[in-house]
Design a protein around this ligand. Structure first.
Ligand code: NAP
Length: 242
């Protein structure tokens, strides 16, 4: 049975991806950073779908902790078939008010975290001669966004990182793609002020926020054999925004 590691999977989009891939018959590793009392019930819910599930609390922005995440996965399941680099944070501010640490922290999780897990997983995927990686970008990584210069820069970097990895890893039969969600209903968007949400909605041709399942379905497609000739691409899941 194949094995999928999903970073940032304690809640939101990552949790939805973990449940969707579990329903598809993959053993699952859920990664998260903060203490979370709901992890045990998520592990039980995933295992009730007939697959194994391991929960690993590691900060992916830390190179050594990312290595532990990947090495422990390989030790448990003997292989790493799928890596979804989903963990991400925001620290939204206009640049005039943005502190150096607001910029650095977002880059460290969103960009370094993606690099760290990819680098460590590649070692196993090269040996296996197969693997699929999906990186979570964002619509704002394509078009920028006022008040999100740090986050937009990080998600733009995820796209160019994805394209570079796809070119480097194709010879090992490892595919790498990115998903660029628009505005999805999660904790990350719940904190936005109502007027910001209204203005976002007015810019979405389909006139609704996306769901976690919309993104999880796109991941399921990209990791499947139906996408076996697709690499280095960015799949937008945004209701027609860009
Ligand atoms: P969320 O609800 O805030 O969940 C983020 C997840 O990432 C949590 O499980 C969190 O764990 C984990 N995480 C954060 N930093 C981490 C670290 N250093 N190491 C390990 N795990 C870490 O976010 P979401 O809305 O589901 O977003 C998921 C991804 O989609 C992110 O990359 C985000 O940028 C992207 N995205 C979201 C939207 C949207 O509208 N929601 C749109 C475009 C792209 P803790 O609870 O421990 O912090």
């Amino acid at each position: 049975m194949s094995c999928a590691v999903i970073t940032g999977a304690s809640r939101g989009i990552g949790r939805g991806i973990a449940l969707t891939l579990a329903k598809g018959g993959h053993n699952i590793v859920i990664n998260y950073r903060s203490e979370n009392p709901e992890i045990t019930s998520l592990v039980n819910e995933i295992e009730s779908l007939g697959v194994k599930c391991l929960a690993l609390q590691k900060d992916v922005s830390d190179f050594d902790q990312a290595k532990e995440l990947i090495d422990l996965t390989a030790a448990e399941f003997g292989q790493i078939d799928i890596l979804v680099n989903n963990a991400g944070i925001t620290k939204d501010k206009l640049i005039a008010r943005m502190k150096e640490e607001d910029f650095d922290q977002v880059m460290k999780v969103n960009v370094n975290g993606t690099f760290n897990c990819t680098k460590h997983a590649l070692k196993y995927m090269m040996k296996q001669k197969h693997g699929v990686i999906v990186n979570m970008s964002s619509v704002v990584g394509i078009r920028g966004n006022m008040g999100q210069a740090n986050y937009s820069a990080s998600k733009g970097a995820v796209i160019s990182f994805t394209k570079s990895c796809a070119q480097e890893f194709a010879r090992y039969n490892v595919r790498v793609n990115a998903i660029a969600p628009g505005f999805i209903q999660t904790d990350m968007t719940d904190v936005l002020p109502e007027e910001v949400k209204a203005s976002i909605l007015s810019g979405i041709p389909m006139n609704k926020l996306g769901t976690i399942q919309d993104v999880a379905d796109a991941v399921e497609f990209l990791v499947s054999s139906k996408a076996s000739y697709i690499t280095g691409q960015v799949l937008s899941v945004n209701g027609g925004m860009v």
